[in-house]
Design a protein around this ligand. Structure first.
Ligand code: RFL
Ligand code: PHB
Length: 392
C-alpha cells in the first residue's frame, strides 16, 4: 500500500488529522489497532477549549456538537467550605468552554471518515516505523492476520502514550521529561442529572474531587485516591459518601446520587518527548506528551498539535515549502510546555498531599485565595483554562 500521509492511531488526534487532510485534498490512511466499538466507547475527556470547538467546526465535524455540546461560562472552585465562580467571558474577553465527550467526538469523526474520507482500518496494528529519515518512510503493520507495509511521504504518529511511533526516534536525539504524582483519580459515570451548572473543582483535606458531566442526564465525577487503588474496593455507596463529603459547603447544596455505570482509576503523570519530529515522522497528541487531567488539556493539546500539523502538511503539498514542517516541533512544544505547567499548577494546588504536609496545605489555600481575590490572578487561570492561542 502507498499513501501521502500514513497516520498511526485512530484516536482524536489521528482521526481529526485525517479529516483535515481530506478537506485539504491530501490522501492518507489511518491504522487503528483496536476495534471501532472499543475506540468509540473509551471513557476519557469532556472539556473542550473554544479553539478545539472552532477546529472541529472548521472541518465540518461539529454538527452534533453544536446541538448537544453544553457551553459553560466558567468553573466553580470549592475550598474551605466556600464556593467561588470563575467567570470566563468576563475574565477573557468573551471566551467559553464546551462540554462534549471525547467518545462523541470520536464517533462523529469515525462516521465522517467511513462515509467520505480516506481509508480507516480497524484492528490494524502498527508494528514499526522504518526509514523515517528517508523520502519514503514505511509503516509495517498487521491487519487481517498478515503483515503488510504502508509506504508514505510523511508519517503521523498519533498512537497515544503506549504507541510505537516514539520508538523510531534515535535515542541520541530524544529527550524525555517526566513527573509522576503521588495520587490517582477514581472516575465514575452515573445516570443522574448533574448537581451543578458548571464544573466544580473541590480542594479539601480529604482530597480533591471534580464534578463534571456528559449531558443533562449523565454526570461524570472524579475522586483523588492513592496510587494503586483497586476500583473494586470502592462500593457505589462509599463513592457517593466520599464525593458528598468532599463537595460539602456551608451553604445549602446537595449532591444527587444515581446508578454508577462505569468506574476506573487513572494515575496522574506529566510526560514530554522532545523533539516531536524525526525526519518524515511527526508525533501528535498523547504520543508526544501527557498531562494530568486536572487542567483538562490532553485532548485540547492533541487538537492543537494536529491543527499545526495539517497546516504544515498542506503547505508542503500545495507549495513544496517545508518551512512550517521545519518549525512544527518547536511551535507545538511551546504550547505543550505551557499546558504542562498549567496542569501541574492546577494539580498541585488542588490535591491533598498524601503525607499531610501542613505547609503545602497552607500554600494551596493561599493560591486559591489569591485567585478568588485578584482579578489578575483569576484572569490568568481563565486564560490558561479556556486555551492559549495557537502559536504562529
Ligand atoms: P489516544 O486517544 O490515546 O489515541 C491513540 C490511538 O492510537 C491507537 N494505537 C495504535 N494504533 C495502531 N497501531 C498501534 N501500534 C497503536 N498503538 C496505539 C490506540 O488504540 C488509540 O485509539 O491519543 P490521542 O488521539 O493523542 O488523544 C489524546 C486524548 O485521548 C487524551 O489526551 C485525553 O483523553 C486526556 N484527557 C482530557 N483531555 C482534555 O483535553 N480534557 C479533559 O477533560 C480530559 N479528561 C483525559 C481526561 C484523560 C483521562 N484519562 C483516562 C487518561 C480524563 C481522563 C480520566
Ligand atoms: C471530564 O469531563 O471528564 C473532565 C473535565 C475536566 C477535567 C477533567 C476531566 O479537568
Amino acid at each position: 500500500m502507498r499513501t501521502t500521509v500514513g497516520i498511526i492511531g485512530g484516536g482524536p488526534a489521528g482521526l481529526l488529522l485525517a479529516r483535515m487532510l481530506h478537506r485539504a485534498g491530501i490522501d492518507c490512511v489511518v491504522l487503528e489497532s483496536r476495534t471501532r466499538e472499543y475506540v468509540e466507547h473509551r471513557q476519557r475527556a469532556g472539556m473542550l477549549e473554544q479553539g478545539t470547538v472552532d477546529a472541529l467546526r472548521a472541518c465540518g465535524a461539529a454538527g452534533r456538537l453544536e446541538t448537544e455540546g453544553l457551553v459553560h461560562q466558567g468553573i466553580e472552585l470549592r475550598f474551605a467550605g466556600e464556593r467561588h465562580h470563575i467567570d470566563f467571558p468576563v475574565l477573557t474577553g468573551g471566551r467559553t468552554v464546551t462540554i462534549y465527550a471525547q467518545t462523541e467526538i470520536v464517533k462523529d469523526l469515525v462516521a465522517l471518515q467511513l462515509a467520505e474520507g480516506p481509508p480507516l482500518l480497524f484492528e490494524a496494528e502498527a508494528l514499526a516505523v522504518e526509514k523515517p529519515e528517508s523520502d519514503a518512510p514505511v509503516v509495517r503493520f498487521r491487519h487481517g492476520g498478515r503483515e503488510q507495509t504502508l509506504t508514505c511521504e510523511w508519517i503521523a504518529g498519533c498512537d497515544g502514550f503506549h504507541g510505537i511511533s516514539r520508538e523510531a526516534f534515535p535515542a541520541a536525539t530524544s529527550r524525555t521529561y517526566e513527573h509522576d504524582y503521588p495520587y490517582s483519580w477514581l472516575g465514575i459515570l452515573a445516570d443522574v442529572p448533574p448537581s451543578c451548572e458548571e464544573l466544580i473543582y473541590a480542594r479539601g483535606e480529604r482530597g480533591f474531587a471534580l464534578h463534571s458531566m456528559r449531558s443533562p442526564v449523565v454526570s461524570r465525577l472524579y475522586l483523588q485516591v492513592p496510587n494503586g487503588t483497586d476500583p473494586d474496593d470502592w462500593s457505589d455507596e462509599r463513592i457517593w459518601d466520599e464525593l458528598a463529603a468532599r463537595f460539602a459547603i456551608d451553604a445549602d447544596w446537595t449532591l444527587e446520587r444515581g446508578p454508577i455505570t462505569a468506574k476506573s482509576v487513572t494515575p496522574m503523570r506529566s510526560y514530554v518527548h522532545e523533539p516531536m519530529r524525526h525526519g518524515r515522522l511527526l508525533l501528535a497528541g498523547d504520543a508526544a506528551h501527557i498531562v494530568p487531567p486536572t487542567g483538562a488539556k490532553g485532548l485540547n493539546l492533541a487538537v492543537s498539535d494536529v491543527s499545526l500539523l495539517a497546516r504544515a502538511l498542506t503547505a508542503v503539498h500545495r507549495t513544496g515549502s517545508t518551512q512550517l514542517i521545519d518549525r512544527y516541533s518547536k511551535l507545538c512544544l511551546s504550547r505543550v510546555w505551557q499546558a504542562t505547567r498549567f496542569s501541574y499548577d492546577m494539580t498541585r494546588m488542588l490535591h491533598a498531599q498524601p503525607n499531610g504536609d501542613a505547609f503545602e496545605s497552607r500554600m494551596q489555600l493561599a493560591r486559591l485565595r489569591r485567585i478568588t481575590a485578584s482579578h489578575h490572578a483569576a484572569a490568568e487561570l481563565a486564560a490558561n483554562y479556556t486555551g492559549l492561542p495557537l502559536p504562529v
